[in-house]
Design a protein around this ligand. Structure first.
Ligand SMILES: [Zn+2]
Length: 447
């Protein structure tokens, strides 16, 4: 007999935990995630788990809990981060650490990124235990620190110091699983790939001199011309599996002009024209980012006073690399455009990541979405940014972004993550609580 679950009651419990987490200020920097770690450990202990609290730095830490399976299959990891980005309270309708429930939302910094997911994953683990579900796989819950900065005392620290606690075959976490509407069709993009980073410092040199007598060998001019050459045209097209599959599946479902343009995007000869013709510019920019390595000149530095020609000028370029591209290949695209005389220093890199969307877990997620939101289609997609997935990938874990939220076309979402008035829609969250549990249950339970 399948267990009957009282979803309204379970959702209320999840909302309660979400509110409690939102009321703990884990703004990073400085983080102070330990209070949230202790909260979770307390809940887990009450439910009969033996959570492991790992203090990685003063007031920072991680908590791991494991629900044992029969060991016939390797574990599934549910991981989340407890830190949040800073908030400017003067711009918020409800204070960012209030955890208020109002107007059908739970309000607070972290309501979408990603304490909502922490609460969903916690409830999933707790329910599996309460219902005595016999499991093939261990289910591991890991709440970590420091994702918003560099994971030094969070996921990175964990895989370095306690890899056996979090080693798993698959992982589920943020950045995927929320509704996308396109031409009246409904999709759930599931993150299966993310781009790597390659931040560069570029420097031009020239002759110093008096500002009243400008000359051609001017460091600032050399720098801005180099940036202009670099940005004048997109870097070359790369058709990765994930981005191609994503666009193919969107194209197959939406007809009309958008469908044609999406299909054309997969033809190297038509790609640029199709991208240019997309009426939705935000979508076009997002698609551009998953088909090309990109560079964004985000910081400039030159000169110290108005009447002196500086001898050098610098820029920081935020470079992003597609799966399959390494730093060498990335520089091979960037360097010739910058031209002679521009010095390049690598400031920071992290590798790109791509996981197959042909795995049993991905197939199950597809079925789950089709069942939970009839008419909707799960599609693999690539994120232009970066998450902790690439860290857990170092242990061989195949990670997907799957934090289900069922959004209505008008549900506020875009712009709230890292923005003002971050809040999660209660119905969207209720859907997520149930869908995540059912997915994990069906993947891990012994039938
Ligand atoms: Zn996040």
């Amino acid at each position: 007999m399948p267990t009957v679950i009282n979803w309204p009651a379970i959702t209320a419990e999840a909302v309660h935990h979400l509110q409690a987490l939102l009321r703990i200020d884990t703004t990073n920097p400085p983080g102070n995630e330990l209070a949230a770690v202790e909260y979770l450990a307390g809940v887990l202990r009450v439910e009969g788990f033996e959570p492991i609290v790992l203090e990685s730095a003063p007031q920072r830490g991680n908590v791991i809990a494991r629900l044992k399976g029969d060991g016939s299959l390797p574990p599934l990891l549910l991981y989340n981060h407890l830190d949040v980005v800073p908030a400017e309270p003067q711009h918020w309708t409800h204070p960012p650490f209030s955890g208020d429930v109002a107007d059908g939302f739970v309000w607070g910094r972290g309501a979408l990124d990603m304490k909502n997911v922490t609460a969903m994953q916690l409830i999933t683990l707790v329910l599996l235990k309460r219902n005595n579900i016999p499991l093939h796989r261990d289910v591991i819950f890991a709440a970590t620190s420091d994702e918003e900065i560099d994971s030094d005392v969070g996921a990175e620290w964990l895989i370095k110091h306690h890899p056996d606690l979090v080693r798993a075959e698959y992982g589920l976490s943020e950045m995927g699983g929320h509704t996308l509407y396109l031409e009246g069709k409904k999709f759930y993009p599931i993150m299966a790939a993310e781009k790597g980073t390659c931040w560069l410092k570029i420097r031009a040199r020239g002759q110093p001199g008096h500002g009243s007598v400008p000359h051609a060998d001017h460091a600032v001019l050399h720098l801005v011309r180099a940036i202009d050459r670099l940005m004048a045209h997109p870097l070359p097209l790369h058709l990765t599996t994930t981005a191609s599959t994503y666009v193919q599946r969107l194209a197959r479902s939406v007809g009309g002009t958008t469908g044609l343009l999406l299909s054309a995007m997969l033809n190297p000869l038509l790609h640029d024209a199709a991208l240019k013709a997309m009426p939705d510019r935000a979508l076009a920019d997002a698609l551009h980012a998953i088909f090309h390595n990109t560079v964004s000149p985000n910081q400039l530095r030159a000169g110290y006073t108005a009447n002196v020609i500086p001898s050098e000028a610098e820029a920081i370029l935020d470079g992003r690399m597609l799966p399959g591209i390494d730093v060498e290949a990335f520089l091979a695209e960037v360097r010739p455009r910058l031209g002679e005389g521009i010095e390049i220093t690598i400031e920071h890199t992290s590798p790109p990541l791509e996981v197959s969307s042909e795995t049993p877990l991905f197939k199950l997620i597809e079925q789950q979405i089709a069942r939970s939101d009839p008419g909707a289609i799960a599609v693999p997609y690539m994120m232009a940014g970066a998450t902790d997935a690439k860290l857990f990938a170092q242990l061989g874990t195949q990670c997907y972004g799957f934090a289900p939220l069922k959004l209505q076309p008008a549900t506020p979402f875009d712009g709230l993550i890292h923005g003002h008035d971050e809040r999660v829609d209660l119905e969207a969250f209720a859907f997520g609580v149930q869908v995540l549990y059912e997915t994990v249950h069906d993947f891990c339970a012994r039938q």
